[in-house]
Design a protein around this ligand. Sequence first.
Ligand code: GUN
Length: 289
Amino acid sequence: MIIDGKGLAETIKQELKDEVDEIRKQGGNIPHLAAVLVGDNPASASYVRNKVKFCEGAGFESTLIKKDVSISEEELLEIIEDLNGNEDIDGFIVQLPLPDHINEHRVTMAIDPSKDVDGFHPVNFGKMAQGLDSFLPATPYGIMTMLDRYNIETEGKHCVVVGRSNIVGTPMSILLSRKSKPGNCTVTLTHSRTKDIASECLRADILIAAIGIPKFISSDMVKEGAVIIDVGINRVEDASRKSGYRLVGDVDYDAVVEKASFITPVPKGVGPMTVTALMMNTLKAAKSK
Ligand code: GUN
């Protein structure tokens, strides 16, 4: 079965809109998300556009702050300080990656954890790891929501995560191993130093691919009946497209689709759910005021 991330995102957007309409009727606090975009990375610009568009669709307020690639770290930190102190803004994100001259860790650390709707601050990350209430990182939260809404059984399953990034692989491995629903998986976190990734993947009931290598997961790495979650959004050249590129996941979709019990496509799989999760966090931030 193909998991319709885009369709599910639309459904949840409508649910969020209904809730925001009710808040508006009651004269409550309308969720307001700010996004900071530095430079002109086309993929980042596209993600941020989608976030702003989703805000409009769900009745949220949004503010986009665009800065030139030459902005200094100090200037960016000042913008973050302003957003931290701005009563109108419930939550904000700084789109990653940042230019090389800016220290991403310092930027993440500067964000007030109560406005960190990306869930990247170590305070939120630590709370997540201990099973405490926090903002969950958007992509893992979107995937957990997908598994939940599709009633995919995770308890007792063997989950293999490919890729150990701070924003996807590592938090995903923590969330799925937690005593929760979805959760209660036995998790293997694989990475570039794993001896035999193929044989690890072959043992997976649930396989989460988050490495950023087009079509890395081939058919011979997938067990019959596995659930495949493809986090990759890789741009590969395609002269037949007007844009000059097409999006390809970390999974060789055509080769794997017949084997999988559930699979997310790229695009229209995990991507829209990441945006949805960010909005759920923003509503949570607005309601906690
Ligand atoms: N870059 C890639 N994914 C993300 C995300 O979820 N949030 C931010 N801020 N940057 C990203």
